[in-house]
Design a binder for this molecule. Structure first.
Ligand SMILES: Nc1nc2c(ncn2[C@@H]2O[C@H](COP(=O)(O)OP(=O)(O)OP(=O)(O)O)[C@@H](O)[C@H]2O)c(=O)[nH]1
Ligand SMILES: [Mg+2]
Length: 433
């Protein structure tokens, strides 16, 4: 697949590096580009002359696809297609991102999310077709218009079916997350712009902490979190366990953020971000080797994506410090200090400062508390003692004649659950006495 990149900006110099990376990630070979700085043309997006230059470039390079970094309206797509050989496809940034997501979607949930996004993209286009057909309709001629309206209804039905199924999947996941939380895990989510190094950092956090021997513990612990120098390597979520004594921490890797995503696309993938929104702590990973302006822009995108729903504290992680010298790092730290106060600088690749990051994670997570419980000796006492062993750090267990004394430290949620189970035991013991 050979692609020509096209991009128009209102003013200034068009930067095509991200759209090129996206094209490569989708499997295209970029054979050339056409850019322009001017107001959008309603019919062609580019000016007429530029659109013709685009057609020439397509012919010269034998390209199969034209990829616009701009959002194309249905009429623009149609008009551009008229200038090009019939076999050439014209797509825009959003279709391209969807294409990547479609290629990477491995789970049922990811597939449904992609389908939902595609349908949401198609709906206004089907509506446009209908209104066009109606306008052109001759009196008494009903065929086309009716057909298109049924397509619209079809899309709407499919959207609502997919939403139902996604909701069911999400409920199951939510339930699982709650169980994990109940069972004493602190939940940490990795968030950040695509290609910032989230998956690399996940492996680093887990590898340093010998996660593999614990893998059997949870069915959604996975051993792999792939890293590649490609946009959107990670599409689903991967969770691994990290021990930050005495805590049990689950770290979740997530889909990367990207700028300029239309609302419907973000919406379709929002459940993927749920693990971020429900976390006890968010690590916002930034590629600090990029230009200050770019870092700044990407941070803003990340904060916008997190803003509405995130409640957890955010720690910014400046990654890839192996690629910058100290002076440059200090400069960049200063430049983004308002968006990223008190960040931790690491190299996920080399492992530099990963220890510092772990300490910071420990400090930001809710404090563990100490508790001593006196449990009456009943039939169910031992099962509570073993539950406490599973979910807390037990300091001491003393068995008396009629009761058991347990001292432990744990997350506040675990302590309150242990207390309530202890009081159930007391009630049961009092009733049988
Ligand atoms: N030099 C250097 N490269 C790094 C570092 N961390 C990650 N990388 C590289 O950056 C690229 C992206 O890393 P990933 O871990 O896949 O990034 P990601 O944030 O998970 O990306 P997506 O899943 O695509 O959103 C890979 O080529 C990594 O090898 C680092 O500390 N230093
Ligand atoms: Mg990744």
């Amino acid at each position: 697949m050979r692609a020509i990149i096209a991009k128009r900006v209102d003013s200034g110099t068009p930067d095509t590096s991200e759209i090129r990376d996206l094209a490569t990630a989708a499997g295209y070979t970029v054979a050339g580009e056409v850019t322009q700085s001017r107001r959008a043309d309603p019919a062609l997006q580019l000016g007429e002359g530029k659109a013709e230059a685009l057609a020439t470039k397509v012919a010269e390079t034998d390209a199969t696809t034209v990829i616009f970094d701009n959002r194309l309206g249905p009429y623009q797509t149609y008009n551009l297609g008229q200038l090009l050989p019939e076999s050439v496809e014209v797509i825009d940034r959003f279709t391209l991102i969807l294409e990547i997501f479609g290629q990477r979607a491995q789970t049922r949930k990811a597939q449904l999310q992609v389908e939902l996004a595609e349908l949401r993209y198609e709906l206004p286009r089907a509506e446009a077709k209908t209104s066009l057909a109606k306008r052109d309709e001759h009196p008494g001629f009903m065929g086309l218009g009716e057909y298109d309206e049924s397509r619209e209804q079809d899309i709407k039905d499919q959207i609502s079916r997919i939403k139902d199924e996604l909701e069911r999947i999400e409920q199951t996941e939510e339930h699982r997350r709650e169980r994990r939380r109940d069972s004493g895990f602190d939940l940490v989510a990795l968030a950040g712009y695509t290609n910032a190094g989230k998956s690399t950092l996940l492996r680093r956090l887990a590898a340093d902490l010998d996660v593999d021997e614990n893998e059997g513990l949870h069915r959604d612990l996975e051993s792999t979190a792939e890293s590649q120098d490609k946009l959107f390597t990670t599409l689903g979520t991967t969770t691994r366990r990290a021990d930050i004594e005495p805590r049990d921490v689950l770290v979740t890797d997530t889909v990367g953020f990207i700028s300029d995503l239309p609302h419907w696309l973000v919406e379709s993938f929002k459940s993927t971000l749920d693990s971020v929104y429900r976390a006890d702590l968010v690590l916002l990973v930034v590629d600090v080797s990029e230009e200050i302006d770019e870092i700044h822009e990407k941070l803003v995108t990340c904060h916008d994506t997190l803003y509405e729903r995130n409640e957890a504290p955010i720690v910014t992680v400046l990654n890839k410090i192996d690629k910058v010298d100290e002076e440059e790092l200090a400069e960049k730290r200063e430049a983004i200090s308002s968006l990223a106060p008190n960040p931790v600088a690491v190299s996920a690749r080399d492992g530099t400062n990963v220890g510092t990051l772990l300490d910071r994670i420990d400090r930001e997570l809710p404090d563990w508390e100490e508790e001593r419980l006196v449990l009456p000796m009943t039939e169910d006492t031992m099962s509570l003692v073993s539950w406490i062993h599973d979910n807390a750090n037990v300091e001491d267990v003393t068995y008396g004649d009629e009761d058991v004394l347990v001292s432990f430290e744990a997350r506040p949620a675990v302590i309150s659950q242990a207390r309530s189970r202890a009081s159930d035991l007391q009630t049961a013991a009092a009733e049988s006495a």
